[in-house]
Design a protein around this ligand. Structure first.
Ligand code: ADP
Ligand code: MG
Length: 348
């Protein structure tokens, strides 16, 4: 339904995308993985015709999209950004807004708003001011604003970065439900587990190019060097597991043993989400079974969130909010402790 042919995008001499050829089918869930700056957001904007390619072209249902007819693609596409952008007013006002400006009839607005709020589990918060919502609730409200418009193409830019588990589950369910209804979904994410569970196809972008594409299991299990490099930077480890008293002790190399709430022994692929790891200056006394000492060797700024690379023998990536980062005063070279629960260790 939407196709990119030989698409490149250059911003002030920076080539954000290079010769992208891509077809996305109706109802498909496609995940875009890739390091910071690899072109994920640019790719989403081009798919939604919010940006025009510098070279190459966009085809929507076989018709070439240009400045003249881009409005049609924009009208049937919704892009949800990583940080929810909400209006003042209540949750209900926010969700109804897009329908009001389209001059829909009152009862129709009411019906659609109700359905969308129920889909994202916000019916009970409909009359709350949007300002008071938690991060996850804001993101769900933002998704509901997109849902009422009944778009054909939903583009999600890192929709679950730093959300509470309940909101993550709801957003995942909504994505599945929409896809069953024939909505095409393209989502950029860092969340490998989510990519694996949700999508039919994954693209790996690096330096503006598609370096890998395929079905999730094929990519994760038969890893190419590009995929391995990316997944290693996202806390994906291969190791040998021994199960003792119901806890798997997994040797992941570099002298590091991880405890996981898994019952599988032998060779395993595991993943720990960067947001599930607590970083601290002192050793924390807690019930969490994993406590590793390492030193920070890179700090990546992603606006509201900060990703920190810590060498503990192998490299772990930890994701924290900017606020925590500033409060802790973290720097490259500093020693820190990483703490996470055995239940945060997931089998891939
Ligand atoms: P990602 O979403 O994977 O982090 P982006 O698509 O945001 O990557 O960016 C890809 C590259 O394009 C980066 O080098 C970024 O700095 C550059 N870029 C993106 N948008 C703009 C813009 N509006 N102006 C200039 N450079 C941009
Ligand atoms: Mg981005």
């Amino acid at each position: 339904m939407i196709e990119l042919a030989g698409v490149s995008k250059i911003y002030n001499g920076i080539e954000a995308l290079k010769n992208i050829n891509l077809k996305v089918e109706r109802g498909e869930i496609l995940t875009i993985l890739g390091p910071n700056g690899s072109g994920k957001t640019t790719l989403l904007k081009i798919l939604g015709a919010l940006e025009m390619p510098t070279e190459g072209f966009i085809l929507s249902n076989g018709v070439r999209v240009d400045e003249g007819n881009a409005e049609e693609t924009r009208r049937t596409t919704t892009l949800v950004f990583q940080r929810a952008v909400l209006l003042r007013g209540t949750v209900r006002d926010n969700v109804a807004y897009g329908l009001r400006i389209r001059n829909l009839a009152g009862p129709e607005i009411e019906k659609r708003v109700k359905a969308a709020l129920s889909l994202v589990g916000l019916e009970d918060l409909a009359d709350r001011p949007s300002k008071g919502l938690s991060g996850g609730e804001q993101q769900r409200c933002s998704l509901a604003r997109a849902l009422v418009l009944e778009c054909n193409l939903l583009l999600l830019d890192e929709p679950t970065a730093n959300l509470d588990p309940e909101s993550m589950i709801i957003i995942k369910q909504v994505i599945k439900r929409l896809s069953e209804r024939g909505v095409t979904i393209v989502l950029a994410t860092h969340d490998l587990k989510q990519a694996q569970e949700l999508s039919e196809r994954i693209l790996l972008l690096d330096g503006g190019e598609i370096v890998e594409s395929g079905r999730p299991d094929d990519l994760f299990l038969g890893q190419s060097s590009d995929m391995a490099r990316f997944t290693r930077s996202e806390n994906f480890f291969s190791g040998e597991s021994r199960v003792l008293e119901g806890v798997a002790r997994i040797n992941i190399g570099g002298g590091v043993e991880i405890h996981g709430a898994l019952s599988r022994g032998g060779p395993v692929n595991i993943h720990v989400r960067p947001e599930d790891i607590i970083v601290s200056n002192e050793r924390i006394v807690s019930s969490a079974r994993n406590n590793l000492l390492g030193s920070i060797f890179r700090i990546e700024d992603h606006n509201s969130i900060i990703r920190i690379k810590v060498d503990v023998g192998v490299v772990f990536t930890v994701q924290i909010t900017r606020r925590s980062f500033e409060e802790m005063g973290l720097n490259v070279g500093q020693e820190v402790y990483l703490t996470f629960k055995a239940s945060s260790v997931m089998l891939l």
